[in-house]
Design a protein around this ligand. Structure first.
Ligand code: FER
Length: 335
């Protein structure tokens, strides 16, 4: 505890002093880092809270990971049975209502990426148990589905993009949500579109890498049904690739078309300074700051911020950082 406090103090001093590295260990990066890293440091305006020690351990008061199957209509119109993993918090009670988060894997990931299985629980599942047990967040349901028809599709990037577009426009709201929230108790009183819309303030969406792309697309394709978004390490591609100003323009135009004034959503965007997504994501955010009045990065007195962008020093493009990203993001959600 004392050690962590000291490290945080050093990190804070570090940010004031432009000569030292973005890492907590002030001695590590002094003179030989590239210009890019120094620019990165300037962007690290806030520090992500550390996941407390022991938060990835299996505990007594643990939730369960179960599966749900549902009919999913593919792009070609055929229907297959798909499986999603569902986390139910400790003491889940079908007479209560729960906030819910949908968690999407990356291009090469699958439905086990976040929660694992009940027999072999993943990092995020164990962390949810600990966060809930310690009162960091209220009990929530988490769902880990896939935008692929089957695991064999995960190798081809082009497939991922087309599947993500299709998933966020169709399957997500028309098939997956009704299946999950028809079976488990959320704030959706009914699972038709009206019921899903009415409960949007109790629904979040997150994803890593290509799952982050799917998060931006869910904003663009299904914002009637979700209030909270957590894109992790992935920017909003336009026509299959990064386009920072194009993405900012598209997101702002979408808000204009919807008549949004900025109170309709909250986005926690996050990545690592050494992540392959850093440059593109950072550039998108910079463009959003410049041209998108609907996205409010600061409180201006009368309006609260509706988007936060945080960068974890040294973090690379790895699932290993999901716990710290989600530990921080989840505590900003469902307020
Ligand atoms: C990004 C960087 C990397 C991104 C996606 C990736 C959507 C995906 C990489 C992979 O799956 O190999 O900014 O944004």
């Amino acid at each position: 505890m004392r050690k962590r406090g000291l490290a945080l103090m050093m990190a804070a001093m570090c940010m004031l002093n432009t000569g030292c590295g973005a890492n907590e260990d002030a001695t590590e990066n002094t003179t030989n880092e590239s210009q890019t890293v120094n620019q990165t440091e300037e962007k690290v305006n806030d520090t992500l809270m550390r996941v407390p020690d022991g938060y990835l351990k299996v505990i007594e008061e643990k939730g369960t990971v179960t599966t749900i199957t549902y009919d999913a209509t593919l792009i070609d119109g055929s229907v297959i049975t798909k499986t999603a993993y569902v986390y139910l918090p400790y003491g889940y009670d079908e007479n209560k209502q729960y906030d819910i988060i949908y968690c999407l894997h990356g291009g090469e990931g699958d439905t086990k990426a976040y929660l694992g299985t009940d027999a072999s629980p993943g990092n995020v599942k164990r962390m949810l148990d600990n966060m809930i047990a310690n009162g960091d967040i209220k009990p929530i349901i988490a769902v880990a589905p896939t935008y692929y028809a089957d695991r064999s599709e995960s190798a081809a990037m082009g497939k991922a993009i087309s599947r993500i577009e299709y998933f966020t426009e169709n399957e997500l709201v028309k098939e997956l949500i009704p299946a999950v929230e028809g079976q488990f108790s959320t704030y959706a009183e009914t699972t038709d579109l009206e019921g899903i819309k009415a409960s949007r303030e109790h629904r979040a969406y997150t994803g890593f890498s290509m799952g982050s792309l799917s998060t931006w697309y869910t904003f663009l394709n299904a914002s009637d049904y979700f209030y909270y978004y957590m894109p992790m390490s992935g920017d909003c591609w336009i026509n299959g690739g990064s386009n920072a100003s194009g993405a900012a323009r598209k997101l702002e135009q979408y808000c204009q078309d919807k008549g949004y004034d900025g109170d309709e959503f909250f986005i926690f965007a996050v990545t690592g300074s050494d992540d392959i997504a850093y440059a593109a994501m950072n550039s998108q955010i910079d463009n959003m700051k410049k041209i998108s009045p609907t996205f409010r990065f600061t409180d201006d007195g009368s309006n609260e911020k509706n988007i936060v962008f945080m960068v974890e020093p040294k973090a690379t493009h790895s699932f290993a950082f999901l716990p710290i990203y989600m530990y921080n993001g989840l505590q900003m959600f469902f307020k």
